[in-house]
Design a protein around this ligand. Structure first.
Ligand code: ADP
Length: 173
Protein backbone atom coordinates (compact mmCIF):
# COMPACT_ATOMS: atom_id res chain seq x y z
CA UNK A 1 0.00 0.00 0.00
CA UNK A 2 1.10 3.58 -0.67
CA UNK A 3 1.30 4.27 3.09
CA UNK A 4 4.25 1.84 3.34
CA UNK A 5 6.32 4.38 1.41
CA UNK A 6 5.13 7.49 3.28
CA UNK A 7 6.39 8.48 6.71
CA UNK A 8 5.37 11.40 8.88
CA UNK A 9 8.12 12.32 11.33
CA UNK A 10 8.93 15.13 13.71
CA UNK A 11 12.28 16.74 13.10
CA UNK A 12 14.49 19.11 11.18
CA UNK A 13 14.43 18.75 7.41
CA UNK A 14 18.04 19.92 7.10
CA UNK A 15 19.17 16.66 8.74
CA UNK A 16 17.42 14.33 6.31
CA UNK A 17 19.56 11.95 4.25
CA UNK A 18 17.54 11.76 1.03
CA UNK A 19 17.93 12.40 -2.68
CA UNK A 20 16.14 15.73 -2.27
CA UNK A 21 14.64 17.89 0.43
CA UNK A 22 11.98 20.42 -0.52
CA UNK A 23 12.33 24.05 0.48
CA UNK A 24 9.26 26.21 1.12
CA UNK A 25 10.88 29.22 -0.50
CA UNK A 26 9.62 32.64 -1.50
CA UNK A 27 9.43 33.76 -5.12
CA UNK A 28 12.79 35.54 -5.05
CA UNK A 29 14.59 32.29 -4.12
CA UNK A 30 17.04 34.52 -2.26
CA UNK A 31 16.40 33.10 1.19
CA UNK A 32 14.01 33.99 3.98
CA UNK A 33 12.91 32.86 7.42
CA UNK A 34 11.49 29.57 8.63
CA UNK A 35 12.53 26.43 6.85
CA UNK A 36 14.08 28.46 4.01
CA UNK A 37 16.50 30.17 6.39
CA UNK A 38 17.36 26.88 8.07
CA UNK A 39 18.12 25.23 4.71
CA UNK A 40 20.36 28.09 3.56
CA UNK A 41 22.23 28.13 6.87
CA UNK A 42 22.84 24.40 6.75
CA UNK A 43 23.73 24.26 3.05
CA UNK A 44 26.18 27.17 3.18
CA UNK A 45 26.64 30.20 0.90
CA UNK A 46 27.05 28.28 -2.36
CA UNK A 47 23.32 27.52 -2.29
CA UNK A 48 22.48 31.23 -2.48
CA UNK A 49 24.94 31.66 -5.35
CA UNK A 50 23.17 28.96 -7.34
CA UNK A 51 19.72 30.31 -6.39
CA UNK A 52 20.66 33.77 -7.72
CA UNK A 53 21.15 32.27 -11.15
CA UNK A 54 17.61 30.83 -11.18
CA UNK A 55 15.89 34.24 -11.46
CA UNK A 56 13.11 33.44 -9.02
CA UNK A 57 10.21 31.01 -9.10
CA UNK A 58 6.45 31.48 -9.54
CA UNK A 59 3.95 30.33 -6.94
CA UNK A 60 3.19 26.66 -7.57
CA UNK A 61 6.38 26.05 -9.58
CA UNK A 62 9.62 24.40 -8.43
CA UNK A 63 13.32 24.58 -9.25
CA UNK A 64 16.23 22.25 -8.47
CA UNK A 65 19.64 22.99 -6.96
CA UNK A 66 22.48 21.02 -5.39
CA UNK A 67 22.44 20.37 -1.65
CA UNK A 68 26.00 21.60 -0.95
CA UNK A 69 26.78 21.01 2.76
CA UNK A 70 23.42 19.35 3.43
CA UNK A 71 23.28 15.59 3.81
CA UNK A 72 20.59 15.68 1.10
CA UNK A 73 22.02 15.61 -2.42
CA UNK A 74 19.58 18.17 -3.83
CA UNK A 75 17.12 20.85 -2.85
CA UNK A 76 13.84 21.34 -4.71
CA UNK A 77 12.69 24.91 -4.10
CA UNK A 78 8.97 25.50 -4.41
CA UNK A 79 6.88 28.57 -3.67
CA UNK A 80 3.65 27.94 -1.80
CA UNK A 81 0.66 30.27 -1.87
CA UNK A 82 0.10 32.88 0.82
CA UNK A 83 -3.23 32.17 2.54
CA UNK A 84 -5.84 34.88 1.80
CA UNK A 85 -8.82 33.14 3.34
CA UNK A 86 -9.20 30.69 0.48
CA UNK A 87 -10.23 33.32 -2.06
CA UNK A 88 -7.20 33.29 -4.35
CA UNK A 89 -6.93 29.70 -5.57
CA UNK A 90 -4.72 28.70 -2.66
CA UNK A 91 -5.81 25.02 -2.67
CA UNK A 92 -5.00 24.54 -6.35
CA UNK A 93 -1.70 26.39 -6.05
CA UNK A 94 -0.61 24.30 -3.07
CA UNK A 95 -1.45 21.07 -4.91
CA UNK A 96 0.52 22.40 -7.87
CA UNK A 97 3.60 22.87 -5.62
CA UNK A 98 3.60 19.18 -4.76
CA UNK A 99 3.07 18.15 -8.39
CA UNK A 100 5.91 20.44 -9.53
CA UNK A 101 8.27 18.86 -6.98
CA UNK A 102 7.27 15.36 -8.10
CA UNK A 103 7.81 16.27 -11.76
CA UNK A 104 11.43 17.21 -10.93
CA UNK A 105 11.85 14.08 -8.80
CA UNK A 106 10.66 11.92 -11.71
CA UNK A 107 12.90 13.68 -14.24
CA UNK A 108 15.91 12.90 -12.03
CA UNK A 109 14.76 9.46 -10.86
CA UNK A 110 14.93 10.43 -7.21
CA UNK A 111 14.03 7.53 -4.93
CA UNK A 112 13.61 9.52 -1.70
CA UNK A 113 12.25 12.98 -0.99
CA UNK A 114 11.47 14.90 2.20
CA UNK A 115 8.87 17.69 2.43
CA UNK A 116 8.22 20.34 5.04
CA UNK A 117 4.67 21.55 5.59
CA UNK A 118 4.59 24.03 2.69
CA UNK A 119 2.74 27.34 3.31
CA UNK A 120 1.59 26.61 6.87
CA UNK A 121 4.19 28.79 8.62
CA UNK A 122 4.63 32.44 7.70
CA UNK A 123 2.28 32.02 4.71
CA UNK A 124 -0.62 31.20 7.06
CA UNK A 125 -2.29 28.28 5.25
CA UNK A 126 -4.39 26.32 7.80
CA UNK A 127 -2.49 23.10 8.49
CA UNK A 128 -5.59 20.93 8.68
CA UNK A 129 -6.50 21.89 5.13
CA UNK A 130 -2.92 21.95 3.78
CA UNK A 131 -2.11 18.51 5.13
CA UNK A 132 -5.02 16.91 3.26
CA UNK A 133 -3.95 18.56 0.01
CA UNK A 134 -0.34 17.47 0.58
CA UNK A 135 -1.12 13.85 1.44
CA UNK A 136 -3.59 13.53 -1.46
CA UNK A 137 -0.83 14.65 -3.86
CA UNK A 138 1.64 12.25 -2.22
CA UNK A 139 -0.77 9.34 -2.52
CA UNK A 140 -1.31 10.07 -6.23
CA UNK A 141 2.44 10.14 -6.85
CA UNK A 142 3.22 6.99 -4.87
CA UNK A 143 0.49 5.15 -6.76
CA UNK A 144 1.88 6.19 -10.16
CA UNK A 145 5.68 6.34 -9.64
CA UNK A 146 7.24 3.04 -8.53
CA UNK A 147 10.75 4.54 -8.65
CA UNK A 148 9.85 6.73 -5.71
CA UNK A 149 10.62 4.50 -2.73
CA UNK A 150 10.11 6.91 0.16
CA UNK A 151 8.42 10.21 0.94
CA UNK A 152 8.99 11.76 4.37
CA UNK A 153 6.91 14.63 5.72
CA UNK A 154 9.16 16.33 8.26
CA UNK A 155 7.11 18.28 10.79
CA UNK A 156 8.78 20.86 12.98
CA UNK A 157 6.12 21.06 15.70
CA UNK A 158 3.71 18.69 17.34
CA UNK A 159 0.38 20.13 16.03
CA UNK A 160 1.68 19.90 12.47
CA UNK A 161 2.86 16.32 13.08
CA UNK A 162 -0.57 15.37 14.44
CA UNK A 163 -2.44 16.89 11.49
CA UNK A 164 -0.32 15.06 8.91
CA UNK A 165 -0.76 11.78 10.80
CA UNK A 166 -4.51 12.34 10.80
CA UNK A 167 -4.50 13.17 7.10
CA UNK A 168 -2.67 9.93 6.25
CA UNK A 169 -5.02 7.87 8.41
CA UNK A 170 -8.09 9.47 6.78
CA UNK A 171 -6.87 9.09 3.21
CA UNK A 172 -5.73 5.50 3.78
CA UNK A 173 -9.13 4.34 4.95
P1 ADP B 1 5.87 29.13 4.48
O1 ADP B 1 6.37 30.54 4.21
O2 ADP B 1 5.72 28.31 3.22
O3 ADP B 1 4.67 29.14 5.35
P2 ADP B 1 7.65 28.47 6.75
O4 ADP B 1 9.09 28.13 6.66
O5 ADP B 1 7.27 29.75 7.44
O6 ADP B 1 7.10 28.42 5.23
O7 ADP B 1 6.85 27.28 7.47
C1 ADP B 1 6.58 26.05 6.85
C2 ADP B 1 6.68 24.95 7.89
O8 ADP B 1 8.06 24.60 8.06
C3 ADP B 1 6.15 25.32 9.27
O9 ADP B 1 5.42 24.20 9.79
C4 ADP B 1 7.45 25.52 10.08
O10 ADP B 1 7.26 25.24 11.46
C5 ADP B 1 8.33 24.47 9.45
N1 ADP B 1 9.79 24.54 9.66
C6 ADP B 1 10.56 25.57 10.06
N2 ADP B 1 11.84 25.18 10.15
C7 ADP B 1 11.89 23.87 9.79
C8 ADP B 1 12.92 22.88 9.70
N3 ADP B 1 14.20 23.16 9.96
N4 ADP B 1 12.58 21.61 9.30
C9 ADP B 1 11.29 21.30 9.01
N5 ADP B 1 10.28 22.19 9.08
C10 ADP B 1 10.58 23.45 9.47
Amino acid sequence: MWTDRLSVVRGDITKQIVDAIVNAANSSLLGGGGVDGAIHRAAGPDLLTECRRLKGCRTGDAKLTDGYRLPARHVIHTVGPVWHGGTTDEDALLAQCYRSCFRIAREHSFASIAFPSISTGAYGFPVERASRIAVRAMRAELESNAALRQIAVVCFDHPTFQEYQKAVAELAS
